[in-house]
Design a protein. Structure first.
Length: 328
């Protein structure tokens, strides 16, 4: 009797385990199988592995669902907050920004720089973050700017517009009730790269404003040294040169970093996006500058950006703490 019951339980356990194993791929975030190894191009990666390591779609099977949430959650935020005020920081039509204003007088200002592999993204689809800042007593601004395809492959044109936008916000903050001395930025993905570029801008030389106009940055899943990116498939649409690689690799210009950084990545991101953030954080620390490294366990590249909208989420909490604000 005992033996029969043991066999029955064993069969039940095997059936349950098999069912769980069959169901797992439907829910688990799958990482690509290791490719057939060719000659190494960067570290121990061959060309395909390196290309995959700079292509988030290979590591985020739910990319379309999450990007869809950006849109619908932004629509819902606008329904509650009202339409943003549209600002113009430059002469071209794309050089604009959406301002979601708080009612607090002389409030701090938070500028968000969106991602999209340098090829896409719109300010309006990142309004889902706005309520956190507005309700905590800060103005929230999300930028539009030229993409690299429209710029003919020129990353410098993108960087120039984003830097110009931040300088414009500093100069005009008082006109919309903002405190220019409490200006902060954040960025995600290629916006994290551009945010890094903003943080190491020579503001005095290039824009005639104080060197420390930006008081802090929260950068998520960015690119901070462009050498391996240049070796990847992204070079098919970005016109990398030695000058671009040097000028727009923020890790190489830490002498111009004047404010604390919070740097974040998710454990389900590509190996290169994880490494880029870890090594940038280590370089900032080695330079004697204040930096915090944040790791989002179980989040992929697109999911982690949603934590900006949660005052208790990894990025929302970091942004509020940096601005010395509390959730409403």
């Amino acid at each position: 009797m005992h033996s029969s019951r043991h066999i029955d339980l064993t069969r039940r356990n095997l059936i349950a385990a098999a069912a769980a194993a069959a169901a797992e791929p439907a829910f688990a975030q799958q990482t690509p199988a290791p490719p057939a190894q060719g000659p190494p191009v960067w570290l121990d990666m061959d060309q395909k592995a390196l290309d995959d390591a700079y292509d988030q779609s290979k590591y985020a099977p739910n990319i379309q669902q999450v990007l869809g949430r950006y849109v619908t959650n932004s629509e819902a935020a606008r329904a509650r907050l009202g339409a943003p005020r549209r600002l113009s920081y430059g002469s071209s039509a794309i050089e604009g920004a959406d301002l979601y204003a708080t009612t607090r007088p002389n409030a701090p200002v938070h500028v968000f720089i969106h991602g999209g592999a340098w090829r896409g993204g719109l300010a309006k689809n990142y309004a889902f973050q706005a309520e956190l800042f507005v309700n905590a007593g800060a103005h929230f601004i999300t930028l539009d700017f030229i993409n690299v395809l429209e710029a003919g492959g020129d990353l410098a044109a993108m960087a120039k517009q984003v830097r110009s936008a931040v300088a414009w916000v500093y100069k005009k903050a008082a006109s919309f009730g903002g405190d220019p001395d409490r200006l902060y930025i954040s960025g995600h993905s290629s916006g994290g790269h551009l945010g890094g570029v903003v943080m190491v801008t020579d503001w005095e030389r290039d824009y005639g404003v104080p060197a420390n106009i930006v008081k802090g940055g929260v950068l998520c899943s960015g690119l901070y040294d462009l050498k391996p990116v240049r070796l990847s498939a992204r070079s098919s649409y970005v016109k990398f040169t030695d000058e671009i690689e040097q000028a727009l690799s923020s890790q190489r210009h830490l002498d111009r970093l004047n404010a604390p950084l919070a740097l974040a990545y998710g454990t389900l991101e590509t190996p290169e996006f994880q490494r880029q953030t870890r090594e940038f954080a280590a370089a900032v620390k080695a330079a004697g500058k204040p930096v915090t490294l944040l790791v989002a366990d179980g989040y992929n590249h697109f999911e982690i950006a949603e934590t900006f909208a949660n005052p208790y989420g990894l990025l929302g909490r970091a942004a509020l703490e940096q601005m010395k604000l509390r959730a409403a």
